[in-house]
Ligand binder design. Sequence first.
Ligand SMILES: [Zn+2]
Length: 295
Amino acid sequence: MPELPEAETIVRGIRSAVSGRRIEDVEVLHRDVLVVAPTRLRKGLAGRRIAGAERRAKNILLEMDDGSVVWINLGMTGSVLALPRPPRTSPARARYGPVATHPAVVFLLGDGTDLVFDDSRRFGTIRHLDAPTSEARSRTFGPEPLTDEFTPAGLWDGLRVSRAPVRSWLLDQRKLAGVGNIYANEALFMARIHPARRACTVRRHEADALHHTLRSVLSDAVRAEGTTIRDYRNAQGGEGKYGRELKVYGQEGSPCIRCSSIVQRVVFGDRSAFLCPTCQPRRAVARRTQNIGLT
Ligand SMILES: [Zn+2]
């Protein structure tokens, strides 16, 4: 599932291809991804110029010249690709070749580029919001972890008042933007924190370590252009290279790189978590809970 590094990689990959380009038309092949009526989307965008492309949390934002913003959420299997426009002679599934076999919505740009939202399972969404609505939506997300608004003190302040498992806290987009299950598990391993520990049992020095590991894991993954487990592709159809750097996610049964214990997979909150039982002891919960006086 695409997270911050995958969305960031796509934005970097399409920015120069879309900035300053005019949208000639919008082709809707699967309207179920639209959170806007197809006719309204076409009317609102045809003839408009794209001012730029940005990322907020796991979303790709196309900023239009009238201040409105197209929000593209990649869902489970979505990708956004900038591709040379092929002839419309073959069926939509075949027209872009193997890099985009499930095109759902295509933005036809004035220079002959197709900006393709491809999504095989179609849990992704496209919205077209006016400027105030877009700003209000942006404010519903927590701080961006790779910016200065994300601080060790701010992270600890959020964790210490929550009884949720720390992994669930990290996945809550209202608390922190852009982190999903892959990078939450990796950062918790690096910080030696069991993913199922209650957030309020995380001590200050552990929160400091987690702040550091979240940033380093996410920035390393951006540099590697994300992680391709199955579906994710960058804006040109290539795979992310961070998969070979994963230390616990999807590594159950393999030895821990630090201590050689066997990496385990446990399921809670309907999601798999991956951990080293030696480096990330669960037993810390009871002792630390008592220490800070919670019942
Ligand atoms: Zn270990």
